[in-house]
Design a protein around this ligand. Structure first.
Ligand code: NAP
Length: 316
């Protein structure tokens, strides 16, 4: 049996992947879009998006994603649940081994995004789903009237803390340094909220409650004095950033020291400095600087246009 050769395979269904799907579908490339473990990417677990142009009142992240998905489908994008297991990028067509079988393609657009980062404590791992979460919009509901903690000093942590004020009675925001990296507007909102207490210079040493299989508190350390204390909470939310989903490409595409895909002109991937023909990257998997929905959409569009150009210029 011969395996069909696709024009374009897109890895990921976040803002970057779906924008690439809209553009390649409209160009007649019939993109095959592979959906991973978190369909819709980070927007699917975000609440109100207030900075995506065109929605003066804001738009719910899942609604924005669903609309993009429908828009790409209308022009012929095909969706398939599959994890990429390995890829041979050394020849064209590109060979992809996925959990749903082998796929051959002329172009590959990597839009696999970034996943939530964890502290890495054994007690944290043991209690994921039992009071420890990285998604306020998914799990906030379970903490109605409870005291909880959020870790992080960036916009994600601020957004999580503000969202959780709908449910929790008190939120302690723990940050490992004195200065917060969050934007001014988010910090102002957090500071103005009577339910949120900021606790800088503090790290979580252990999540308490492993024996009971439910979070009952945190063991904390003040990084200036070394003092250890306990904080009674029934929930811990992580808002400490994300890690790029690019491990499968290690050794095949150049990655930076934190594992982000290095790109030339935003979307061209390289291997040992030379452009990898037909392989493009867009969105958070290659963007450690901006990481916004609109920039992901922008690079998704650019990757799609380059994929189209690559196919047109290939000898048939
Ligand atoms: P981020 O800006 O990288 O912030 C991550 C935070 O977590 C930092 O404060 C960092 O501490 C802390 N952290 C990292 N690893 C840690 C660890 N092991 N233990 C304790 N603390 C740790 O990530 P982000 O907040 O997810 O934001 C990413 C991008 O998305 C930003 O550009 C942000 O503006 C954007 N964003 C925007 C919005 C919005 O506008 N509504 C919402 C969410 C995200 P240090 O400061 O010490 O490094």
């Amino acid at each position: 049996m011969t395996t069909e050769i696709r024009d374009t395979v897109i890895l990921g269904t976040g803002c970057a992947g779906l924008t690439a799907a809209i553009y390649t579908a409209r160009a007649g490339l019939k993109p095959l879009v592979l959906e991973g473990q978190q369909p819709g990417g980070q927007l699917s677990i975000t609440s109100l998006v207030e900075n995506f142009p065109g929605w003066p009142e804001g738009v719910q992240g899942p609604d924005l994603i669903e609309n993009m998905r429908k828009q790409a489908a209308r022009f012929g994008a095909e969706y398939r649940m599959a994890q990429l297991v390995s890829a041979d990028l050394t020849a064209n067509p590109i060979h992809l081994q996925t959990s749903a079988g082998e796929i051959l393609t002329r172009t590959l657009i990597v839009a696999s995004g970034a996943s939530a980062r964890w502290l890495g404590l054994p007690s944290e791992k043991a209690l994921v789903g039992h009071g420890v979460s990285s998604c306020a919009t998914c799990d906030g509901f379970f903490f109605r009237g409870k005291e909880i903690a959020v870790v992080g000093g960036g916009d994600s942590a601020m957004e999580e803390a503000l969202f959780l004020t709908r449910f929790a009675s008190k939120i302690t925001l723990l940050h490992r340094r004195e200065a917060f990296r969050a934007s001014k507007i988010m910090l102002e909102r957090v500071n103005a909220d009577p339910k949120i207490v900021l606790r800088p210079n503090t790290v979580v040493e252990e999540v308490l409650g492993v024996e009971e299989n439910a979070v009952r508190g945190l063991k904390l350390r003040d990084v200036r004095t070394g003092e250890i204390s306990e904080l009674a909470v029934s929930g811990l939310f992580l808002g400490i950033g994300h890690e790029p989903n690019a491990k499968v490409f290690a050794g095949k595409i150049d990655l930076d020291t934190d594992g982000y895909i290095k790109t030339q002109n935003n979307v061209f991937t390289t291997h040992e400095g030379a452009v990898v023909p037909g392989v493009f990257a867009c969105g958070d998997v290659q963007d450690r600087r901006y990481r916004q929905a609109i920039t992901a959409a922008g690079t998704g569009c650019m990757a799609a246009l380059e994929a189209e150009k690559f196919i047109v210029e290939q000898p048939s």
